[in-house]
Design a protein around this ligand. Structure first.
Ligand SMILES: NC(=O)c1ccc[n+]([C@@H]2O[C@H](COP(=O)([O-])OP(=O)(O)OC[C@H]3O[C@@H](n4cnc5c(N)ncnc54)[C@H](O)[C@@H]3O)[C@@H](O)[C@H]2O)c1
Length: 286
């Protein structure tokens, strides 16, 4: 649901904006009036999302970008500014849990499992990408005296689990760089915030769950609100943080997680044990 005036005349870049959370964010910012550049390693899907935005009257363009590559990110910012003359909003979202964009081995496992190459590539897409995006975007925002940068962390940046070394080191670092950058650029009128989503059923995740709806229901049971999230849940929060309504909010890592991370774990453990007892055939993904 759009608020079509609030970003009129403003320019946004959404990395990983072809689908999932980034896809919904690109659509939301455009429906709220922004001109949106979708920067994604998957140009074909990005173009399909752009077509969807154009069909509803939005202003959008696409650039193929690998967010871990400096020249690509520099070109991404250059394209937005050349096309529309300014840059107001940068959403650093690109990363596929499903593995897209990671061509150098699996990032799952602990320190003894993960290759050096996978660590470097994972950190490149998760963390270096934000350094690069901010490096090239901030000079333009500084010139305008305003800007909003939103970085995608995760509940995995707040709480740790077995076998997620690279992802959780990366998502924790996203919170660290967000706080640091908020200090550096606050004086220039630029706000920097992070969002920590819980389990969001994107197009990709949805396909995986189709075979196991009972497994998804088990996930839902772990949330105080008894449901998992949608890309629009996150897009709405991103649009809020990008807007003037959030003008006094910076350096925050906001959990958008249906309450997942505020529960007392002992209590949750007992409740889930009861649930499994009542539903013994529930699919458990790991
Ligand atoms: N879906 C969730 O449950 C969830 C939860 C917490 C955090 N997140 C975070 O939200 C962000 C988006 O996740 P999603 O589930 O929507 O992912 P997704 O896989 O649905 O979409 C990610 C998009 O990023 C693009 N991408 C991947 N690597 C890239 C690269 N190197 N350069 C440019 N584009 C690249 C992909 O092509 C894809 O279009 C990620 O940072 C993810 O870690 C997701």
């Amino acid at each position: 649901m759009g608020n079509s005036e609030r970003f009129t005349g403003r320019v946004a870049i959404v990395t990983g904006g072809a689908q999932g959370i980034g896809g919904a964010t690109a659509r939301r910012l455009a429906s709220d009036g922004a001109s949106v550049l979708i920067a994604d390693i998957d140009a074909e899907r990005a173009e399909a999302n752009a077509e969807r935005i154009r069909s509803t009257g939005g202003t959008v363009s696409v650039i193929r970008t690998d967010v871990a590559v400096a020249e690509d990110v520099e070109q991404m910012v250059h394209t937005a500014v050349t096309k529309w003359g300014r840059l107001d909003i940068l959403v650093n979202n690109a990363f596929s849990v499903a593995g897209g964009g990671l061509d150098s081995g699996s990032i799952s496992g602990g320190a003894t499992d993960v290759s050096e190459l996978a660590w470097d590539r994972g950190m490149g897409v998760l963390v270096k990408s934000i350094f690069l995006g901010v490096k090239y975007a901030v000079p333009h925002m500084r010139q305008a005296g305003a800007g909003s940068i939103i970085n995608l962390s995760s509940v995995h940046g707040l709480m740790m689990a077995e076998g997620f070394l690279v992802y959780e080191a990366g998502k924790s670092a996203v919170i660290g760089v967000t706080r640091q950058m908020a200090c550096d650029y606050g004086p220039s009128g630029i706000r920097v915030n992070a969002i920590c989503p819980g389990h969001i059923v994107t197009e990709r995740q949805g396909v995986q769950w189709q075979a196991h709806p009972d497994g998804l229901e088990f996930f839902a049971q772990q949330y105080p609100v008894r449901r998992t999230g949608t890309p629009d849940d996150i897009a709405g929060t991103i649009a809020f943080l990008a807007s003037d309504d959030a003008s006094f909010i910076t350096g925050q890592a906001i959990a958008v997680d249906g309450g997942l991370t505020i529960q007392l774990q002992e209590n949750l453990g007992v409740r889930l044990a009861k649930y499994i007892k009542a539903h013994p055939d529930t699919y458990l993904p790991y």
